[in-house]
Design a protein around this ligand. Structure first.
Ligand SMILES: [Zn+2]
Length: 341
């Protein structure tokens, strides 16, 4: 059984339409594929309709989350987050960017005062720098209102951010337009990879990856978007019957190193699993995550994070063990995997 639980279509920042992605998955010899577009379930119906015989679809999404600080009990003893609840989606006010040294990641609160090395150990005393992270959610009920509304908020924030980035580029005489960027999104969630495509099209950068260098979207034209408080995200995914898995916690290249102490907190707050196998993880990262998962009682997943031509990683580059998959579908209550009969 070959199981790939993390892929993107044109519904977010992949380059293959959901239907085409299903055909590719079959050609790649997968038995199970999860569709996990960023903050949206819009690709589920067309993926399901195009499912080839022999391939099982696990509907999912990749949520843009953020850890804002250690969780404190809420006023009613509930799961209050570090800051007052009420507006779960909060603007990003810290960026986690690559440091100059190899393997080093530096937290840069508000424009880069000071730095803090995140080596996967505890964030240290007094460390409250928010941490951006991605939470995969599987087999949740897409009609569960509170979760659907949070996702819609994040999508709107992405759209607004794209418009502002286009304005910044225009101010520097780079003639990217909003309609063009929207066209690359093909009706899906507009994101930075679509702006990257516009830069590639103009020959300003050689690839989408290059467009995320510091002089482009990586820093110079980087703007925050609203993310979901990770404790809220975990709760909503669970309430919707879904299963939450932390995506690529050691993928520093993407600015997403999640300290072990944070993962331990998430495990206590309902996190079910964590990705160890991922193209952005080194063999050491994978081993580290496996050991941590053992300690914390988390399941371990492996996935390609396939994005089509936006990245060069093939479907099935990393896979998830059938036992973990079986446990996942046994845990989920929001919806079921889809197989064509
Ligand atoms: Zn992803």
């Amino acid at each position: 059984m070959r199981i790939d639980l993390h892929t993107h279509s044109t519904t977010s920042d992949g380059t293959d339409a959901p239907a085409a992605l299903m055909a590719l998955a079959r050609d790649a010899g997968l038995d199970v594929i999860a569709l996990t577009d960023h903050d949206t379930t819009a690709g589920w119906p067309s993926a399901a309709a195009a499912l080839p015989a022999g391939l099982t679809l696990v509907p999912g999404a990749e949520l843009s989350g953020r850890w804002y600080g250690p969780r404190r009990p809420g006023p009613d003893g509930g799961d209050g987050a570090a800051e007052p609840a009420g507006n779960a989606t909060r603007p990003e006010h810290t960026e986690v960017v690559r440091g100059s040294g190899r393997g080093e990641t530096v937290f840069r609160p508000d424009g880069g005062r000071g730095g803090r090395t995140a080596d996967g150990s505890a964030p240290g005393e007094g460390a409250q720098a928010p941490v951006g992270l991605h939470l995969l959610a599987y087999l949740f009920d897409p009609a569960y209102r509170p979760l659907a509304e949070e996702l819609a908020k994040v999508r709107r924030s992405r759209e607004r951010r794209s418009e502002k980035i286009v304005a910044l580029l225009n101010a520097d005489d780079i003639d990217v337009t909003v309609p063009e960027v929207q066209a690359y999104a093909g009706g899906g969630t507009v994101g930075r990879p679509h702006i990257a495509q516009a830069l590639v099209r103009r020959g300003l950068v050689g690839s989408v990856d290059e467009a995320f260098a510091p002089e482009w979207l990586g820093r110079r034209y980087r703007l925050p978007k609203a993310d979901i408080d990770v404790f809220t995200a975990l709760r909503l995914v669970r309430e919707a019957g879904g299963v939450p898995v932390l995506a690529h916690p050691r993928a520093g290249r993407r600015g997403h190193i999640v300290p072990d102490a944070v993962i331990a907190e998430l495990a206590q707050a309902g996190l079910w699993g964590v990705e160890a196998g991922h193209p952005d993880h080194t063999p050491d990262d994978r081993e580290h995550v496996r050991a941590l998962a053992r300690d914390l009682g988390l399941r371990v997943a492996g996935s390609s994070d396939y994005h089509g031509a936006n990245k060069t990683i093939p479907l099935g580059a990393f896979t998830t063990d059938p036992e973990v998959y079986d446990a996942l579908i046994a845990t989920a209550t929001g919806t079921t995997p889809i197989t064509r009969c």
